[in-house]
Write a protein that binds this ligand. Structure first.
Ligand SMILES: *Cc1c(COP(=O)(O)O)cnc(C)c1O
Length: 358
């Protein structure tokens, strides 16, 4: 007799050993677990869409090239449309990069988990190098891994999720230079700037013209549009053309293209919300520093990593009172990550965490 568990024998080993990404919805009053913006920007202008063309042309496929959206981003960031590839979130772009270039994939840890998950799903080797004591790139170990393993792709989330800091620009540049395409160990260096809008640093866009092996990722997810699923790859047109070969033809639906383009053309509200979040981040950090039993790490992003004595207990205690944060167990043991919310949400979090700590 056939058994359903026999199915698993057909599954590729790299996939069989994975478990599904745990993005289950946990009911709560205050949601501070996923680094979303607490503000649904753009809600006022959205009504303008109700009689727009997209509703009358739903029988047609979306623009496969996302021209309108690319043009809006192009004006926004002052880069040419040929330098841009649009993805269904930057998650999809990570998938495409690894599909296009293959492994090994190298990244520092702790970091965003999708680099490793997608590498494994695609059967590619992934190499995780622990960050140093300051949460910066460990140059010695990274350099020797680069020379030994010759990774095709190096993923650097800066600001880094979940530690919140930017990696040192000098160290990133050194990695880009040592892996230049004419070196003995050429590699693409992907700087994932999902949180750059919250950072005091300029980011790597101004350096794009100087290094062919530099790839930058941006996303709308953390600045108010997680529901749209829109991410951007910014790189030399030669790289864009190669990655574009593996892109599914209609990867971004008509609504997302249209609303994202409009959002990029009306930056005012989004920019204001980012300012509010940054100032709340500073206030939240200062308040957390005063609480005995919590060590908050400085952040350039829209979240703060906290070291606590009994992370599991505090996580559960918060949730019991309706406050959801991220338990970093398995990624950064003994730590919780809290997303910066509205002032009201942050106050509820602070009050609740003080209570839970006793
Ligand atoms: C959230 C996050 C992403 C995912 O972005 P999407 O555009 O929503 O897929 C990418 N990189 C990092 C570092 C993130 O934290």
């Amino acid at each position: 007799m056939q058994h359903t568990s026999d199915i698993r024998k057909l599954v590729r080993p790299g996939v069989r050993d994975l478990s599904a990404y745990n993005a289950k919805e946990i009911p709560c009053r205050v949601k501070l677990d996923a680094n979303e913006s607490p503000y649904s920007a753009f809600s006022n202008q959205l009504s303008a869409f109700s009689n727009k063309k997209i509703f009358k042309t739903l029988n047609r496929y979306p623009d496969p090239e996302a021209k309108g959206l690319k043009s809006a981003l192009s004006k926004n960031l002052k880069i040419r449309p040929e330098n841009i590839l649009v993805g269904n979130g930057s998650d999809e772009l990570i998938y495409y990069l690894i599909t296009t270039f293959g492994g090994p994939i190298l990244y520092p840890v702790p970091t965003f988990s999708m680099y490793g998950i997608i590498a494994k799903a695609l059967g590619e080797k992934d190499i995780a190098i622990p960050l140093d004591g300051e949460f910066d790139i460990d140059m010695e170990r990274t350099m020797s891994a680069v020379k030994r393993e010759r990774p095709k792709l190096i993923f650097l989330s800066s600001p880094n999720n979940p530690t919140g800091n930017c990696f040192s620009t000098e160290r990133i540049l050194k990695i880009i230079e040592i892996t230049s395409l004419v070196s003995r160990h050429p590699s693409l260096v992907v700087v994932d700037e999902a949180y750059q809008p919250f950072s005091s640093e300029k980011g790597f866009l101004p350096l794009l013209g100087d290094y062919t092996n530099l790839v930058i990722m941006r996303t709308l997810s953390k600045i108010g549009f997680a529901g749209l699923r829109v991410g951007f790859l910014i790189a030399d047109p030669i790289i864009i053309n190669e990655v574009n070969k593996v892109r599914l033809p209609f990867n971004l639906n008509s609504y997302s293209q249209s609303i994202a383009a409009a959002a990029l053309r009306n930056r005012k509200e989004t920019a204001l919300n980012i300012k509010l979040i940054v100032s709340e981040r500073e206030r939240l950090f200062n308040e957390l520093e005063k609480i005995k039993g919590i060590i908050p790490y400085p952040s350039e992003a829209n979240f703060i990593l906290l070291r606590v004595k009994n992370a599991d207990k505090i996580y559960k205690g918060l949730l019991k009172k309706g406050v959801l944060v991220r338990n970093m167990k398995g990624i950064a043991d003994g730590c919780l990550r809290v997303t910066v919310g509205t002032k009201k949400e942050n106050d509820i979090f602070l009050k609740t965490v003080r209570k839970v700590l006793g």
